[in-house]
Design a protein around this ligand. Structure first.
Ligand SMILES: Nc1nc2c(ncn2[C@@H]2O[C@H](COP(=O)(O)OP(=O)(O)OP(=O)(O)O)[C@@H](O)[C@H]2O)c(=O)[nH]1
Ligand SMILES: [Zn+2]
Length: 333
């Protein structure tokens, strides 16, 4: 591995003189000496990456322009990637993403944020009480997961405070995998079941603030304090967990957990309304009888009959319509 001095590759990053559009005269830089990194957290332009087993702090190279780099990205890194304190490497390329989980602040927000890249599973963490479960937030996350091509996993926490029965009546029957936990008794069987569901996967954890997401992640990854301590030590900044997503490796299996800050809502402005129903597998078959380009929120929609015939829970149709309506009417949810 070659190490670059301060200015030796300056030429590479000046891909095009600023403001001019004449064709480039030199070859496109390939950065053949770049090493591969995995972005574990982002903090105000500083990206903490794992390179082999080193924690390397890097920033985006100018040539990346506005392209965002997010937690979960696989990147090419040049510069000082020794991981020594006070070094700063440069990210020169973001590898093609296998998946992109997006959300908007609300349904009208034109700016979508990429929550994480390259996840293959979305753990939707919901407490059974304190705060009360919000099925519509679950539905929104399910739509987000479906849109991003991630497998949803429902994690119902705080079962010491309330029973999961009602929620499981709706979600257990639509084929969403689920697990019920209580921090009062994080026994080996429960944690083992969760680990089994996370094994070999990159799982993004999302949930409303206070649902016990961090408590669960800490139980799964007892080393977290040390892992995050290490990250903090390297960047010399404060806590990461509250402000940015943070990827943590599972201790005993291959796989990653990506903890994300608590959310109030999961905006879906970026999702085509016509695709929303696809995330409702219990209702979707009922749309076969709908008029062409039915909004599923209008007279003549076949879903009313579908529910009346007992194929699906009326609460689910209500939830779908509410979700479709909030997109039109600027309501909160
Ligand atoms: N009764 C009960 N309380 C729990 C359980 N899990 C977590 N809590 C409590 O719920 C509160 C919130 O837990 P956190 O793990 O900080 O929640 P979070 O989802 O990470 O919240 P944010 O950091 O805001 O995103 C804490 O006071 C926990 O002790 C549980 O299973 N049962
Ligand atoms: Zn319809």
């Amino acid at each position: 591995m070659r190490r670059y001095g301060k200015n030796t590759d300056e030429d590479d990053i000046r891909v095009r003189p600023s403001g001019r559009s004449r064709p480039r005269t030199h070859r496109r830089p390939l950065h053949e000496d770049a090493v591969e990194g995995f972005v574990v957290t982002v903090d105000r332009g500083r990206l903490t990456c794992l390179v082999e087993d080193r924690t390397v702090v890097a920033m985006k190279a100018r040539e990346l322009g506005r392209k965002g780099v997010v937690v979960g990205d696989r990147v090419a890194i040049v510069g000082d990637h020794s991981g020594r304190p006070d070094t700063l490497a440069r990210i020169v390329r973001v590898e093609e993403r296998r998946s992109v989980l997006r959300r908007t602040a609300d349904d009208q927000d034109p700016f979508e944020r990429v929550v994480v890249a390259n996840a293959d599973q979305l753990a939707i963490v919901t407490s059974l009480a304190d705060p009360e479960p919000r099925p519509r937030l679950i539905d929104r996350c399910l739509v987000g997961a479906f849109d991003a091509g991630l497998d949803p996993l429902l994690i119902l926490t705080k079962s010491d405070l309330a029973s999961p029965e009602t929620l499981l009546e709706s979600y257990g029957t639509i084929g969403v995998r689920h697990v019920v936990t209580s921090a009062e008794s994080f026994d080996d069987a429960t944690l083992g079941r969760v680990r089994e569901l996370l094994k070999d996967r990159v799982t993004a954890f999302v949930g409303h603030s206070g649902v016990g997401k961090t408590t669960l992640v800490n139980a799964l990854i007892p080393d977290r304090a040390r892992a995050t301590g290490h990250v903090n030590e390297v960047t010399g900044r404060g806590r990461h967990t509250t402000t940015s997503a943070l990827a943590l490796p599972l201790p005993d299996d291959p796989g990653w957990v990506i903890d994300t800050p608590g959310v109030r809502s999961f905006g879906l402005n970026h999702v085509d309304p016509a695709r929303v129903v696809l995330a409702f597998p219990d209702l979707e078959p009922g749309t076969a009888g709908c008029p062409r380009s039915c909004s599923h929120d209008e007279e003549g929609c076949a879903l009313d009959a579908w529910v009346a015939e007992g194929h699906a829970d009326p609460a689910r149709l209500y939830s779908l319509r509410r979700l479709l309506a909030t997109r039109e009417r600027r309501e909160g949810d």
